[in-house]
Design a binder for this molecule. Structure first.
Ligand SMILES: [Zn+2]
Length: 381
């Protein structure tokens, strides 16, 4: 599998490389001098004081724009949060869902205790079937001997109240407890034995776990002139922080997946490997019971539409659609346009321009709803 995907990637890369070469470079002659290299400065000018964070170029490209008001199949958003919190706002959210063709939104609350219970009243009671609620994990007193039992008991309590999954469980290297940064050897990571009981209970209750491990790899690169993402994302930068490397965080994730094959893990944001879909494919091949959501990674598939379409087609039973974004009609429309059209050069939050994937129905249906219908816990309260 790896070889096939690598070859496909190689072919795509070869295309880009030959496209990007100047005639001189392609024919092997020396590059022209005094070019300033890699698009460097040629002299002073009126844009010299412009900051990267303020650069918002308007495109002059005139290409077809397709409006897709509704998803082609009744969609299930498997990755949302408590963006809206008043009854009026939530009623409005449901109207938006109706308008854009969303059947159910999964709210990854990360909450436990009283906080979780109040969300049941807000989301589940008034809108049965329109929202699913995931609970979180209790991370207080993780060193106490009763911690595994205590955390698991709270999971069971939330399940009885209506939780149908766990998440978003996030570990960017600092561990699961958010209140303070513990010394490295004290942190609670998903592969920790103290969580064995908790993960086993998730499997027993058929509660999927939405797991966010590491982050976009650019977050581990210096926030300097070579940083891939714009300053919009600098709050997520981990460079120089007291955290393990990107690779180490993924390795501890894989140990957790290995230890708990019966627990249904959904790795959000394409496992934070959307920049390297061959590696994401390798992971899915290695762990046949593991899934991914595509939330907050429109920019990853949209910047490599041909390779991403191959990936999403081959793994059409393994990837679920989710947003991880504030609900608005425009936000949902942008996803439909990305998946369902051949439109080009669409704007995105990263500033990178995206290209439509034009996915066939056989891929769209499982992505939008089929996989969620099969994999999530739809048990009634
Ligand atoms: Zn999220």
């Amino acid at each position: 599998m790896r070889i096939v995907m690598s070859c496909a990637l190689g072919a795509v890369l070869a295309f880009y490389i030959s496209w990007g070469q100047t005639p001189q470079a392609a024919s092997g002659s020396a590059p022209q001098k005094k070019q300033g290299g890699r698009g460097g400065p040629r002299g002073p000018g009126p844009m010299d004081s412009l900051l990267v964070k303020d650069w918002k170029p308007d495109s002059s490209l005139v290409v077809p724009v397709t409006n897709v008001p509704k998803a082609k199949f009744r969609a299930i958003d498997v990755h949302s949060h408590t963006y809206l919190r008043t009854p009026e706002e939530i009623a409005n959210w449901v109207r938006t869902m109706d308008a854009v063709g969303i059947e159910t939104t999964v709210v990854l609350s990360g909450a436990t205790g009283q906080q979780f219970d109040s969300l049941v009243e807000l989301f589940l009671k008034p809108y049965p079937g329109r929202f699913q609620l995931y609970c979180g994990i209790d991370t207080t007193d993780i060193d106490a001997p009763d911690y595994p039992q205590r955390a698991t008991a709270e999971l069971v309590r939330c399940y009885r109240k209506g939780a149908r999954g766990v998440g978003e469980i996030s570990d960017k290297g600092s561990g699961l407890s958010r209140s303070q940064l513990l010394p490295r050897d004290k942190r609670l990571h998903p592969d920790d034995r103290r969580l064995d009981l908790f993960w086993d209970k998730c499997a027993e209750l058929k509660l999927p776990v939405n797991l966010h491990m590491a982050d976009h790899p650019s977050a581990w690169r210096p926030p300097d002139a070579h940083q891939e993402r714009t300053p919009n994302y600098q709050q997520y930068n981990q460079y120089g922080h007291d955290v393990p490397s990107y690779e180490e965080v993924l390795a501890l994730r894989d140990r957790a997946l290995d230890r708990h094959p019966k627990t249904r893990f959904i790795l959000c944001h394409l496992g934070n490997q959307g920049n390297d879909l061959a590696s994401a494919a390798k992971l899915l091949d290695k762990f046949p019971g593991v899934y991914m959501d595509i939330s907050a990674r429109a920019y990853e598939v949209g910047r490599q539409p041909r390779f991403a379409t191959k990936f999403l087609t081959k793994y059409k039973d393994r990837v679920l659609w989710g947003t991880d974004l504030n609900p608005s009609q425009e936000m949902y429309h942008a996803w439909w346009r990305l998946f369902e059209t051949t439109d080009e050069y669409m704007p995105s939050d990263t500033g990178w321009r995206l290209f439509g994937l034009d996915l066939p129905d056989s891929v769209l249906e499982p992505l939008y709803r089929g996989n969620a219908k099969r994999l999530l816990n739809w048990e009634k309260m």
